[in-house]
Design a binder for this molecule. Structure first.
Ligand code: ARG
Length: 564
């Protein structure tokens, strides 16, 4: 049940009967802020025009009306023009009893949303930035699913172009036939090594640049030998990516390859030329002039006919909207590409594709490591595999130190949980610093803290000897009622996270729930509580808290252990 909506309806009705019909936007209900007493708050100020009375008088009138007419409403208080409404404990008890298998899974919207994320280039392995991207993309997709949408997770692989030709050229010149098998290197790392090599050799031999360009032209012309090398090296990279994706726990419903969609982009360029939206320069290159829209002139096709990054994105977007009947397309891409997506949307709009309005760029900030921590093998960016391995090592050491012996599965879960939670708890738009030590601290706002809370509850439940699934209590402790209300809030949290494309909303909620539960656990006994009804209720409460923690963490892509 959407409790906030129910209250809004009651308030809207009350206002209508007291003062006559008002526009919907004048009735604003929100959750009561923590420092006040109440569950939901009606903002009275917008209603003064129609009530013709002071804020306090208006609030009182509406409050009295609501209490008299609604069996679920217990009481109200008025603070500075805010009407704080409390619902009856019995109302909350009913909601609590309703928490079942589909709790937090919102009704179907009938909408299909594609979330594109990851989208690597095939010239080097995944790095820390990709980790944030993958975690965000996966989580946002799971959240949108829970919000009732049909979600397609998509990955666009930039598998062609000058960057991959550089790795190929360096391998050809300096590789001596090295393969992942012969070297024992993960395929993406091997190809990355030759990309680094290219850039190093370029300093001695500037002709490499034109040779890479030549290779690209040959590739576009379908040269057999170049194509074969390209396929082989990309194959190595995909094997490597797959390993990393599996370990991160991310997956995709659709794979797009630039090598397949850039041609559709070229067709769109032709279309734009015909429609007069694009123009051709003397050197044969094709451009779009966006200066009237406050942007600049943008290259869409090079003079030699080879396509650019934008060409491919135009083609891919068209293909997606036509084939998949999307209602929305979300691109999870770093904020250094804000301009690119502004242009993409605008160009599609100019070509007459109204669905360009349904494109949303979920732009996220950079993530950095504190100085000196976990240097990558190439010494420049932090490698994703190294980072994950480091986190799992850290978790393993920690469990040895604490004298725990839950084994490798739990270390893997905790190491990844630490990484994922620490990154996802930050608003996607913000630049962030990833601190491995801090992320794994059992006492902080961390994944392991929440995982530990879950394991602790599960351990309590394992020890319960009675059937605690039913029974009633008449009086609740305030701490119990607080937990019940927090649990009931979960569906609204999921909805908010979906509206804002923000896993951070879920993270904050789950942490709050775990922390509040721990406070309760610390102050009150559960298994040792002598009164049977109370004991059983507390066990039920604990069980539901563990359930919602597990659900919420699953939206973040984080597994929680039964023991820890
Ligand atoms: N491969 C690109 C890069 O690494 C990101 C692609 C993002 N997605 C897109 N449809 N343009 O910078």
């Amino acid at each position: 049940m959407n409790i906030e909506k129910k209250l809004w309806e009651a308030a809207f009705k009350a206002v209508g009967e007291l003062y006559g019909d008002v526009p919907k936007e004048l009735v604003q209900v929100q959750k009561t802020r923590k420092e006040f007493t109440g569950d939901y708050t009606l903002v009275v100020f917008p209603l003064l025009k129609v009530s013709g009375q002071s804020p306090d008088q208006t609030a009182q009138q509406i409050g009295d009306f609501l209490v008299a007419g609604n069996a679920d409403i217990d009481s109200y208080n008025v603070i500075k023009g805010f009407l704080n409404i409390s619902l009856k404990p019995a109302f909350w008890a009913d909601r609590f009893a309703e928490i079942g298998a589909d709790f937090g899974v919102l009704p179907p919207t009938g909408r299909t949303v594609m979330v594109e994320y990851s989208s690597p280039n095939t010239n080097k392995p995944l790095h820390l930035g990709h980790v944030r991207n993958n975690l965000l993309g996966y989580s946002v997709a799971e959240i949108l699913k829970a919000c009732g949408n049909t979600v397609l997770k998509a990955n666009l692989v930039n598998d062609r172009g000058i960057h991959i030709c550089k790795s190929m050229l360096a391998w050809q010149l300096f590789g001596g036939g090295e393969t992942p098998q012969s070297s024992g290197m993960k395929g993406d790392h091997l190809v990355g090594k030759y990309y680094v090599r290219y850039n190093a050799e370029l300093k001695n031999d500037p002709t490499l640049e034109t040779r890479a360009q030549e290779m690209l032209r040959k590739w576009e012309a379908g040269d057999k030998e170049v194509y074969k090398l390209w396929e082989t090296m990309n194959g190595w990279v995909y094997d490597g990516f797959d390993t990393t994706y599996k370990r991160l726990g991310v997956d995709f419903d659709r794979m797009y390859y630039e090598s397949q969609t850039y041609l559709a982009g070229k067709t769109l360029v032709e279309e734009g030329l015909k429609k007069g939206v694009f123009y051709r320069r003397d050197d044969g290159s094709v451009w779009v002039d966006l200066t009237a829209d406050g942007l600049d002139e943008k290259l869409l096709l090079r003079g030699d006919g080879t396509s650019v990054y934008m060409t491919q994105d135009l083609g891919t977007a068209l293909e997606r909207f036509t084939k998949e009947h999307l209602d929305e397309l979300v691109y999870v891409v770093g904020n250094e590409q804000n301009y690119h997506f502004q242009v993409l949307k605008l160009v599609l709009k100019k070509l007459g594709y109204d669905w360009s309005d349904a494109i949303y760029h979920l732009s996220y900030g950079m993530v950095e490591l504190p100085e000196g921590k976990m240097k990558s093998r190439e010494g420049t960016v932090v490698d994703a595999d190294d980072l994950i391995e480091g986190m799992v090592d850290e978790a393993r050491e920690m469990s040895v130190q604490l004298g725990k012996s839950e084994g490798e599965d739990v270390s893997e879960m905790v190491g990844l949980g630490a990484l994922k939670y620490f990154i996802l708890k930050v608003d996607p738009r913000k630049t962030m610093l990833f601190d491995p030590r801090e992320s794994i601290d059992f006492n902080g706002n961390t994944g392991p803290f929440i995982q530990y809370t879950h394991a602790r509850i599960r351990s309590v439940l394992r020890k319960a000897s009675s059937d605690y699934s039913a029974g009633a209590v008449d009086v609740y402790l305030p701490e119990e009622l607080e937990l019940v209300k927090m649990l009931c809030d979960y569906p609204a949290v999921v909805a908010q996270a979906g509206r804002e494309f923000s896993p951070a909303v879920v993270a904050a909620y789950v942490y709050d729930l775990a922390k509040t539960y721990n406070g309760f656990y610390h102050d009150h006994s559960i298994l040792k509580e002598p009164d049977e009804a109370t004991r059983n209720f507390r066990l039920r409460l604990s069980q539901r808290v563990a359930f919602v923690i597990k659900r919420g963490m699953a939206l973040l892509g984080i597994a929680v252990p039964e023991r820890m």
